[in-house]
Design a protein around this ligand. Structure first.
Ligand SMILES: CC(C)(COP(=O)(O)OP(=O)(O)OC[C@H]1O[C@@H](n2cnc3c(N)ncnc32)[C@H](O)[C@@H]1OP(=O)(O)O)[C@@H](O)C(=O)NCCC(=O)NCCSC(=O)C[C@@H](O)CCCCCCCCCCCCC(=O)O
Ligand code: NAD
Length: 718
């Protein structure tokens, strides 16, 4: 709703009230319309201020209303009512003015912002465009290039930048509402003719066509198949080429197109999923709202390789004191340099405070005696990690949280090396750890709720999105990656090339195809794991090479590693690079010849494999594992899996995540296609639909928010 009050005798004040972000729900819109009419009809009122309660102007349209039948006054007539008002209307912007909130502010005649406020049009991230005149007013106010930047990227600007761009008239460090009231009094009775943005001509730079061409190219490059950014460009184009009223019609047309798209549904689902994962629960009933995190002031990182360095940077930037331990002297000195460089780049590019003085380096593990939490990031080797955990358990003060960054080893086995297994938890960061937003917090059967809560909160303080997951091989992300990778290898055996598989996955929207990712992260990483699992046999060229544990196995990755082809780092992998460390992947004729020889050696006849088969086998095998993970209670809900895949594995956000995507395809269709491939390839593991997937499909493809009801029934019934 919206509250009305009279201040200083002549100012009508409309206060938006809809916690937590004063979103423009039907009740708020109704309140604004009613209170505007009241202010305009009261003769004593000479000017109007619009503000939001609790220091937040407005977070935009109420996204929760988008799925339901719209009621209440629409936004567009509401903003026109404000702009057409005969008395000056001033927006007092505190906290946020986003999306429809900024459109509301742009319909006011003046805008006063607090210096800490942020403004922006984030609609593009929800698969939409600013649909209440934003695409028509902003270019009229700040010009086409700046408007295109803000609307197509969705980036938020500070009050200072907004002032510089001309979006706000004044910025204050004091109370913005008081400043707006004073301002409103000072403009009482002045002509409003020059204050209605919709009446401004839209500036037409001489190189207009080139500007739009560049904007389109830019969004095509970065959108990876998302339709909203390009549609935003079209809407801004209408502002320059059409009169305001016609431009508004075009905005409406384009908005409707996006609003009804599957991509908008996926992105809005994802918006709420990313927030839902903070309300975690574990398989044994611990929950976010009943578990209190412990205070952590000082943390330690053990092992300053690729991951340890990024974790150190992330901790220091978040304000923690850090003890960084590395036993190899050469590694320690390289790590110091690398960490300094990362901190300096962070300060330069993102304005993160320099935090060199937060870090103390040591080559002795004894240095961790007084820390509150330790994150171990030594080599992925169970025996080594066990030794480190035994040492830590002996050295650290009582009650210290012992965390491991392992990519998939058994948390419980590590916990059993310590005196307090309830204090052990996984904190699985993703590379580069100071950049990637995802953190899997892995609880073992003995991890205490308090410890899970602490790791989740630490992640949040480090700017990560933390997802709580259960302990199993590979946890959620890497466990689902295994069947995906396996299908990709099998497809090569059956006749595909790395380029073909990658192209299909990139067209789907992945930033990189599976083979390019493998080259980037290094083929040797998986090889080491397979070796320690006893999967890599010296007979990998013999006839039994393609069977392990009774299931089909592809030794292709092992064979490449035996030839020293580890990917980008060696300049050769599934692709070739111009030098070791090169980044540009080129098809490699040697690899094609090698695949032909391999097929001949194993009696495999190459066949034509179409796009659909590549996509379905790779994605549905991964999705099937996701359902198995839900069935096993490793993830609490589909949102957890989707957030992990979008933030950690490059799954295109506009497709919502693998579980949401499965729901959009239709669970019955996913089951049917898996069964189809299973019949053709009975020896290929990962194609047998799991019982939860079958059960959900049989119960009529329920909406994703209803899956938990089925999952939470006793698992034995599945
Ligand atoms: C605001 C934030 C920056 C705050 O961040 P913070 O970290 O502080 O907090 P959280 O992110 O955790 O959020 C707290 C809480 O609030 C919920 N929430 C946040 N924003 C909204 C919102 N806008 N609506 C609803 N709920 C919101 C959030 O979910 C959290 O609750 P939870 O329970 O989930 O934990 C940050 O939250 C943020 O960035 N928010 C999003 C801001 C945003 O994107 N705003 C733009 C919204 S879209 C918009 O404004 C569209 C307008 O341009 C135009 C609309 C025109 C509408 C016309 C519709 C007519 C339909 C016509 C259909 C035509 C079809 C046909 O033709 O048939
Ligand atoms: N690299 C990735 O992409 C990635 C991603 C997520 C998780 N992980 C996991 O993170 C961990 C570290 O991986 P990485 O890639 O950073 O490895 P790395 O090989 O780059 O670094 C490991 C470091 O640990 C040091 N070290 C070894 N034993 C030590 C000890 N006893 N005390 C102190 N330091 C010791 C080594 O000298 C080396 O500098 C592994 O468990 C790995 O599975 C890696």
């Amino acid at each position: 709703m919206a509250l009305y009050s009279r201040v200083s005798g002549s100012v009508g004040m409309i206060t938006l009230q809809n916690p937590p972000v004063n979103a423009l729900s039907a009740a708020v819109r109704q309140g604004i319309v009613d209170m505007m009419h009241r202010a305009l009809s009261e003769p004593e009122v000479k000017s109007v201020v619009i503000c939001g309660q609790n220091g937040k102007f407005c977070g935009g349209a109420d996204i929760r209303e988008f799925g339901a039948k719209m009621t209440g006054p629409p936004l567009v007539p509401m903003v026109h009512l404000i702009e057409a008002a005969s008395k000056p209307v001033v927006a007092a912007i505190e906290g946020i003015a986003l999306g429809g909130g900024l459109e509301l502010a742009l319909s006011c005649h003046y805008r006063i912002a607090h210096s800490k406020a942020t403004l922006g049009f984030p609609e593009v991230a929800l698969g939409l465009l600013p649909g209440a005149g934003g695409t028509q007013r902003l270019p009229r106010l700040i010009g086409v290039p700046a408007a295109l930047d803000l609307i197509t990227t969705g980036r938020h600007v500070t009050a200072a930048e907004a002032r510089q761009l001309g979006i706000v008239d004044e910025v204050t460090d004091l109370n913005a509402v008081d400043a707006a009231v004073k301002f409103a009094q000072s403009v009482t009775g002045k002509s409003l003719d020059a204050r209605r943005i919709s009446t401004y001509p839209c500036p037409r730079p001489p190189d207009l066509d080139a500007i739009f061409e560049r904007a389109m190219q830019q969004v095509r490059r970065s959108a990876r198949g998302a339709i909203a950014p390009g549609t935003c460009v079209q809407a801004v184009h209408a502002a320059v080429t059409l009169p305001y009223a016609k431009g508004m019609e075009r905005e409406r047309e384009l908005f409707s197109l996006l609003f009804t798209s599957g991509q908008a549904r996926a992105l809005q689902y994802y918006f709420f999923a990313q927030r839902a994962v903070s309300r975690w629960s574990t398989a044994n009933g611990a929950r976010w709202d009943t578990s209190k995190p412990r205070p952590v002031r000082k943390a330690a990182v053990i092992g300053l390789g690729t991951m340890g360095r990024g974790i150190t940077v992330s901790l220091a930037q978040a304000g923690f004191s850090v003890v960084a331990v590395e036993t190899q002297e050469q590694q320690l000195s390289e790590a110091k340099q690398a960490v300094s460089g990362m901190l300096e780049r962070g300060a330069k590019r993102r304005g993160v405070p320099l935090a060199h003085d937060k870090i103390k380096y040591s080559c002795s593990v004894q240095a961790v005696a007084d820390v509150d939490l330790v994150i171990e990031a030594v080599f992925e080797d169970m025996a080594l990690k066990k030794t480190v955990f035994q040492q830590l358990s002996a050295i650290c003060k009582p009650g210290v949280l012992l965390c491991t960054n392992t990519s998939g080893l058994d948390i419980d086995e590590l916990a059993s090396q310590t005196q307090s297994p309830e204090l052990v938890v996984g904190m699985h960061f993703f590379a580069p750890a100071h950049v990637m937003q995802l953190l899997e917090v892995v609880y073992g059967p003995r991890s205490s709720p308090e410890v899970v809560a602490t790791a989740m909160q630490m992640g949040k303080k480090m700017g990560k999105v933390s997802v709580a997951v259960g302990n199993c091989r590979g946890f959620v992300g890497n466990r689902m990656l295994k069947p995906y990778l396996e299908q990709a290898f099998f497809l090569l055996e059956e006749g595909a090339t790395p380029e073909q598989v990658d192209q299909v996955l990139e067209e789907f929207g992945f930033a990189m195809g599976v083979f390019k990712v493998s080259d980037l992260s290094g083929l040797d990483v998986g090889w080491k794991v397979r070796k320690s699992d006893g999967l890599v046999s010296p007979a990998s060229t013999g006839t039994s090479a393609r069977i392990r544990g009774g299931s089909r196995y592809s030794p292709l990755g092992d064979l490449l590693c035996e030839r020293g082809r580890f990917g980008q780092k060696t300049g050769r992998g599934w692709y070739q690079y111009d030098k070791p460390g090169g980044r540009v992947a080129k098809p490699d004729p040697w690899l094609h010849g090698f695949l032909e020889e391999y097929r001949a050696q194993h009696g495999l006849v190459a066949r034509h494999i179409d796009h659909q088969e590549v996509l379905e086998r790779c994605l549905y095998a991964l999705i099937n594992e996701g359902f198995q993970i839900l069935q096993d209670g490793i993830a609490a809900g589909p949102e957890d899996i989707d957030v992990i895949y979008v933030l950690g594995y490059g799954w295109p956000r506009h497709r919502g995540g693998p579980m949401f995507y499965a729901g959009q395809v239709g669970l019955d269709k996913v089951v049917e296609r898996l069964e189809h491939y299973q019949q053709i390839h009975p020896d290929v593991p990962g194609l047998q639909p799991c019982s939860l997937l079958r059960k959900l499909a049989a119960s009529g493809n329920p909406a994703i928010h209803k899956w938990r009801e089925v999952i939470q029934k006793p698992r034995s019934q599945l």
